[in-house]
Design a protein around this ligand. Structure first.
Ligand code: DGY
Length: 329
């Protein structure tokens, strides 16, 4: 029996590669960086299946280049990099990695909330500089978290987990109405959370945590207009996708005091940041590490491999985004 050819666009944890090797001929990019577009299009020509990253654009041009493709598995839960409609039109199943990184990403949102509220990075820098003159009553005053209002934009898996983690801090929780008007019973029943329109969430939240997917509707959801509606003391945290925030406007809002601070794990044009952002002491800036715990990354590798192998053998992938191409729904 000939084994299918699988191409992995960047090295992922070994457990996923081992699983793939048990049932496929596996080639892994030897570059320790995302492939350029040309490299990617060239590398997938003979592939029956591909595992790729959130930085790989999976669109008509990709499918044209990968003419033998029978499945694509994203090594990420977010899938704004995949043209799912185009994949579906061509009958190619595609998948993502939900659930396995929910807790890790929600924990990172909390790391950013605390770091921004209590100026953790800025004050760490003071200690390292050797310039701390000793304790002072008016030094490095930050914001309380306990008892404050947390606004969740995108009350899906990760937004819900982030909200649930507020229980230790006795917070009031608001979450954004979904376009379908669907409520989140876990948040309603467990936290007594309120489902509110965007303007109300902006006006009443002390901490706003972004967890929505990137779609045409959420691109630049946070712009100057939104920042003006937020409290001047508000902290904005984003562990979802960078383009949900108009980054130039965020720099202006942080500079002018329109909002107090931001904690970012994702950027509009990764790996670059908007001009001026790096110089702001009221911004905590992380390099897209929401899912970067050993167990999450290994679980992502396992899930992506299982998805792809199922696609290649005509079985039901655990987390397929377009199951109807396999005659499943
Ligand atoms: C995702 O999975 O979408 C994250 O952004 C990276 O793990």
């Amino acid at each position: 029996m000939t084994l299918p050819n699988v191409f992995v666009t960047r090295k992922i944890p070994e457990n996923g590669l081992e699983l793939l090797r048990s049932r496929a001929k596996v080639r892994v990019s030897d570059q320790d960086r995302p492939l350029t577009r040309q490299e990617l299009l060239l590398a997938v020509r003979e592939a029956d299946g591909v595992i790729g990253l959130l930085s790989d654009r999976i669109d008509a041009e990709f499918f044209d280049a990968a003419s033998r493709l029978r499945g694509y598995a994203n090594y990420a839960v977010g899938y704004d990099n995949i043209d799912v409609a185009e994949a579906t039109r061509r009958g190619i199943p595609v998948s993502n990695t939900p659930d396995v990184l929910t807790k890790a990403t929600a924990e990172l949102a909390w790391a950013l909330i605390f770091a921004a509220a209590r100026r953790v990075v800025e004050t760490d820098g003071v200690m390292r500089s050797g310039l701390w003159p000793g304790w002072g009553p008016l030094q490095f005053i930050g914001a309380d978290v306990s008892g404050k209002t947390l606004g969740i934009v995108g009350a899906g898996r990760i937004g819900t987990a982030t909200a649930m983690m507020s229980r230790g801090f006795d917070m009031r929780v608001l979450y954004l109405e979904s376009p379908s008007g669907r409520r989140n019973p876990a948040l309603d029943d467990t936290l007594g959370a309120e489902c509110v329109p965007f303007d109300r969430l902006l006006a009443e939240s002390d901490f706003v945590s972004v967890h929505c997917p990137l779609t045409p509707d959420t691109r630049h959801l946070f712009d100057m207009d939104a920042f003006r509606k937020m409290k001047n003391s508000a902290v904005l945290v984003n562990t979802a996708r960078g383009p949900v925030i108009k980054e130039d406007d965020l720099v202006r809002a942080l500079r002018s005091g329109e909002i107090a601070a931001a904690g970012l794990d994702v950027y509009e044009n990764e790996p670059r940041m908007a001009e001026g952002l790096a110089a702001l002491s009221n911004a905590v800036l992380l390099p897209h590490v929401g899912s970067a715990t050993r167990s999450s990354r290994e679980a992502m590798a396992d899930l992506a491999a299982r998805n792809l192998l199922a696609m290649l053998s005509g079985q039901k992938p655990p987390t397929c985004l377009n199951p109807k191409v396999l005659g499943l729904s």
